[in-house]
Write a protein that binds this ligand. Structure first.
Ligand SMILES: [Fe+2]
Length: 384
């Protein structure tokens, strides 16, 4: 009997030793990113994710080769402990090229009096340039209504000569809805990272579809918006950009919103901001003022609720402010309204769900090309 017990314990011990030797295949790794957000003349936000909790940091290298390391902290506590990482770099010089390398220190245990660190991942250096104080020209790409079709986005980006562009706008409805944060990455962020977003920023304009689903509330966590708002303005070269948030397309009491929509009051707040924005010095002194908003602001006979709200309330403010161009999406049709046809005295370009827009603006004029998925020019416009 005794020998049987000995055999049993020997087998158990051997099994345990085998289990202990099974390697952990789920290695600590960066799962998405890095991607640049909210770039301006003085700073940038760098975002990425890891598959395990970590403390994020960024190693910066200046043009003179000098290096420094950045971790953010809030209220005295260093950021970290989660798997989504967002590091803001401030104090940069305008118009300067920097290198950066993201750094993630794995946390094995995080208790009140005991923190165990694991591996450190230091990724290869990427580069970006801050916006210059003055620049004679700017160029950008606008993509919209991709609706989770990352293959279509890849085709746009492959054909968009991104090396010559300063920035990219994703003008809404990049996803159908947001029911899980994982949708954002295969939906469009991973493709943006592959083609450009490690080196150039994208500006993710909220469309009506981004407001749908449980995770719509968390959208700001995964990006970085100027002043933490979906509507804001910034300057690049001769252009003052005004990015607006259209809200939902149906009335707040529509049955499909189940009482969870409050866009009328939100748009009124945004309108109050816009009224002040158009009085600002940077708006008034800009060579051009370009509005980027997902739903068109137009005077038309038949309009859905959201577009009519924008037309009735935002249209007159934009008209009296003097806008040079509005770039829109949402209708899935390519349409151009010249200044005399939009109803508000400025030209309106609506880009479809099967094309992308390239814009080049210098001191003389604004040149626009609308291109199909293969990069063939569909239409060209010139605005003096
Ligand atoms: Fe839309």
């Amino acid at each position: 009997m005794k020998s049987k017990f000995m055999l049993f314990f020997a087998i158990c011990a051997y099994s345990i030793s085998i289990i202990a030797q099974v390697p952990d295949n789920d290695n600590f790794m960066v799962t998405h990113g890095p991607y640049l957000q909210n770039l301006d003349g003085k700073g940038v936000t760098i975002i990425w994710t890891t598959n395990k909790p970590a403390i994020p940091g960024v190693k910066m290298t200046g043009p003179d080769g000098k290096t420094w390391f950045v971790r953010n902290s809030r209220d005295g506590i260093v950021d970290g402990g989660g798997m989504l990482h967002k590091v803001r770099i401030e104090g940069l010089e305008p118009g300067t090229a920097y290198k950066y390398s993201i750094n993630s220190v794995q946390i094995l245990k995080y208790q009140a009096y005991k923190v165990y660190y694991g591996d450190t991942l230091a990724r290869k250096a990427e580069s970006f340039s801050t916006f210059p104080l003055r620049k004679e020209q700017t160029s950008f790409v606008v993509v919209n209504d991709v609706h989770d079709n990352s293959a279509k986005l890849a085709s746009y980006l492959k054909n968009a000569t991104l090396g010559e562009k300063d920035l990219v706008f994703f003008n809404g409805d990049m996803v159908d809805y947001l029911q899980a944060t994982e949708q954002l990455f295969p939906g469009f962020v991973d493709t943006a990272v592959y083609y450009f977003a490690t080196q150039k920023p994208f500006y993710y304009v909220r469309g009506n579809h981004e407001t749908r689903g449980f995770v719509a509330r968390d959208l700001k966590n995964y990006f970085d918006y100027r002043n933490d708002r979906f509507y804001y303005s910034f300057d690049n070269g001769p252009v003052h950009f005004i990015v607006l948030d259209c809200g939902e397309d149906k009335p707040d009491n529509n049955r499909y919103y189940y009482g969870l929509a409050d866009y009328d009051s939100y748009r009124r707040e945004e309108l109050s901001w816009l009224r002040e924005e158009v009085k600002s010095e940077s708006f008034r002194k800009a060579r051009y003022r370009i509005v980027i908003i997902h739903m068109p602001v137009l005077k038309e006979e038949k309009q859905g609720y959201g577009m009519k709200f924008l037309s009735d309330n935002f249209g007159p403010v934009l008209q009296s402010a003097g806008i040079n161009l509005a770039i829109n999406a949402h209708t899935h049709r390519n349409t151009f309204y010249d200044a005399s046809k939009s109803g508000f005295g400025f030209p309106v370009l609506v880009n479809s769900n099967n094309s992308f827009v390239e814009v080049f603006a210098d001191q003389q004029d604004i040149n626009i090309a609308v291109k199909d998925i293969g990069g063939k020019i569909i239409n060209e416009y010139n605005i003096k």
